[in-house]
Design a protein around this ligand. Structure first.
Ligand code: NAP
Ligand code: GDD
Length: 323
């Protein structure tokens, strides 16, 4: 039975990846940081089937101990400060975790478990002020936030450890991916949760920032499959993962509100508080390399994804307020 270590297991991607790996017969070790309250809501249904171990990306010794104890075959480094706006208010913390945290994990692997395979959660945010449309593996980076700058470091240090130490270390450059487990502050979930609240009479407006920004939004369940496929290849290589379709935040609102028979123009208000100091205007993936080499294709469409998220929020809120 192969063993996989997943950092960020309590996050959106970690929970889907853990489910996926269990389905493939892996023993799953989840790395969690010490907090004063448990944050296991996304993995509550899995806690009896996985092993959780405390460590922190700030602390090299804790990472080395985990690798020593569990000797994983695969390491998925998903842990990060993942909310872009928070990276302007906490740029140093973001750099510590999203940049230096990656090299700590790689150092731990180089010193303790060099035969393991390593996946780094790189991001389409690295393309930032895009140099070409669509974006592929060779598109130059132009990061537009402290988050994205830190992710560029994480990306290149992964390439560098592969080339310097001959480690099997790869980066997945993933475009935005969403699900009913997405954090409430990210725009898709903010919209689907807002739609559900308005539909149920729990709110009467939804305040958003830039409605013209465009993103390539896919379903997380599809994207964790790509992470795993990258570690099953003969040679370590980086891959862009996305749907190849782009939609504006305005279109997202149209699809989400009309799913419950409402017109978004009656409820959505633009609020300067949610604009960013520097915006990423358009992201859209050219994932042809992943299609050809990994045989990867997304299965859930944009409309299906947004409908799934609205339905899940409606169901959750109905349950909560009926009691
Ligand atoms: P998420 O839901 O915010 O989860 C982040 C995870 O990182 C949580 O488990 C969090 O733990 C953990 N974490 C944060 N700081 C840590 C530290 N110092 N030590 C150990 N763990 C720490 O993010 P996600 O959407 O699942 O994204 C997963 C990864 O993919 C991130 O690296 C993100 O930047 C990257 N990414 C995401 C997308 C996307 O669209 N979702 C696209 C491209 C790349 P707590 O639960 O304790 O907070
Ligand atoms: N969060 C948020 N809230 N975003 C808004 C809002 C709002 O009220 N109104 C408009 N937006 C716009 C943002 O300005 C941005 O252009 C877009 O919606 C998407 O914002 P987020 O959902 O916060 O995601 P992100 O694209 O900044 O970052 C996510 O995707 C990256 C991959 O490209 C995160 O998951 C990152 O961790 C990930 O790397």
């Amino acid at each position: 039975m192969p063993t996989a270590l997943v950092t960020g297991i309590t996050g959106q991607d970690g929970s889907y990846l853990a489910e996926f790996l269990l389905g493939k017969g892996y023993e799953v070790i989840g790395l969690v940081r010490r907090t004063s309250r448990l944050t296991y809501d996304r993995i509550q249904h899995l806690v009896d089937r996985i092993e959780l171990v405390q460590a922190d990306l700030h602390d090299l010794g804790s990472l080395m101990d985990v690798l020593n104890k569990y000797a994983p075959d695969e390491i998925y480094n998903l842990a990060a400060q993942s909310f872009v706006p928070a990276s302007w208010s906490q740029p140093i913390l973001t750099g510590e975790v999203n940049a230096l945290g990656v090299v700590r994990m790689l150092e731990a692997m180089r010193l303790v478990r060099p035969q393991a395979r390593f996946y780094q959660a790189s991001s389409s945010e690295m393309f930032g002020k895009v140099r070409e449309v669509p974006q592929k593996e060779t598109t130059p980076f132009y990061p537009r936030s402290p988050y994205a700058v830190a992710k560029v470091y994480g990306h290149w240090i992964t390439v560098n450890y592969r080339e310097s130490y001959n480690l099997f270390a790869v980066s997945g450059i993933l475009f935005n991916h969403e699900s009913p487990r997405r954090g409430l502050e990210f725009v898709t979930r903010k919209v689907t949760n807002g739609v559900a609240k308005i539909k149920l009479g729990l709110a009467d407006e939804l305040r958003l920032g830039n409605l013209e920004a465009k993103r390539d939004w896919g379903y997380t369940g599809d994207y964790v499959r790509a992470m795993w496929l990258m570690l099953q290849q003969d040679e370590p290589e980086d891959f862009v993962i996305g749907t190849g379709e782009t939609h504006s935040v305005r279109e997202l609102c149209e699809v989400a509100f009309s799913h419950v028979g409402l017109d978004y123009r009656d409820y959505v208000k633009q609020d300067p508080r949610f604009f960013r100091p520097a915006e990423v205007d358009i992201l859209v993936a050219d994932a042809s390399k992943a299609r050809e080499k990994l045989g990867w294709e997304p299965r859930v469409t944009f409309e299906e994804l947004i409908h799934m998220m609205v339905d899940a929020d409606l169901e959750r809120l109905e349950r909560k307020y009926k009691q």
